[in-house]
Design a protein around this ligand. Sequence first.
Ligand code: NAD
Length: 364
Amino acid sequence: MNDLKLTDSATVDGAVFGSASFKDHEQVVFCNDRDTGLKAIIGIHNTTLGPALGGTRMWKYEREADAIRDVLRLSRGMTFKASISGLNLGGGKAVIIGDSRKDKTDALMQKFGEYVNSLSGRYITAEDVGINTHDMEMVKLKTDHVTGIPVEMGGSGDPSPVTAYGVFMGMKAAAHYKYGSDDLAGKRVMVQGIGHVGETLVKHLSEAGAEVLINDIHRDRMEEVAAKYGASIHEGDVFNTHYDIYAPCALGATINPDTINRLSADIVAGAANNQLADEVRDGLALQNKGILYAPDFLINAGGLINVYSEIAKYDRAEALRRTEEIYNTSLQIFRTSELEQITPHAAALKIAEDRINQVKAQRN
Ligand code: NAD
């Protein structure tokens, strides 16, 4: 195992932060507005490569500590995602505490925009779980530091289809490495979470001739997606059956000692951020079980590449071309991991950290 640099654990309100802690972040901002009911946290992890860009997630966290934990882990992941994708961006992320189906209002999103604006461009926002392009339109009324706005407003639109395309590329690279061919025809793939990204991934997979199983907490979504793409609905526990490829596309930390024990698959390749509950322990456990893990922050970077085009002024075709590169980068990571006897996650992290350290060194 190589010398992976992990930060110390820290606790707030009893929650263990594991690989993300305050002392690692440049800035963490708590936003509270009684009139709209907005409760949000913005995490800025590292701005060495550029302004911290990362989506906003709206989720019904049970405890505020869970929201803090999520924003710290997610913003850290964005730093490495931008770095490994060669983008001049830092890592940041925001979470809004609440149920996006019930609590979200235009006024709440506009108030959130005011908070983003108060950071003067150190943090740039976009969509994540529970947030859509209309919400970004509301944010845009209050700040220019927003991406992922609708195409009609001069933006790059919903980043999710590009994210899904990148995940598909990463999955194909993993299949190439594992099976000697990237043909996914006949492969049994479990897509857990069929939201914005998951649904498009299902589309790519069914077009490629894969046998697709879908899982979501919303029955209506599963029925809709199953009917559209001929996928099979798998309700409840996704770890009680065999498939070739597991594609986590819901929330993070679905890969932990309990699930690894029960996971019967050759490859893990999905869109969710922070899939490994503990990146060292669980990355190693997957490797020891012979399961190839395609690092999440590498293969789900398509959306970030796409929203970055709003700042860097390149177009959709160029964003897709850069996203397609995820295939080659993934292959390179798998080879490095084998050569250096480290996990793919550690290999990807090393490349991402090296780029940040080089830029830092050039400045000093
Ligand atoms: P989304 O909110 O559109 O979809 C998430 C889906 O997961 C929903 O259908 C939800 O019902 C389902 N879900 C939630 N909990 C679940 C559970 N326990 N079991 C099964 N299904 C569950 O979100 P999205 O934009 O599709 O993003 C999916 C994941 O990909 C997230 O982790 C997100 O952070 C990550 N991601 C998204 C993008 C992007 O461009 N949208 C980019 C990079 C990473």
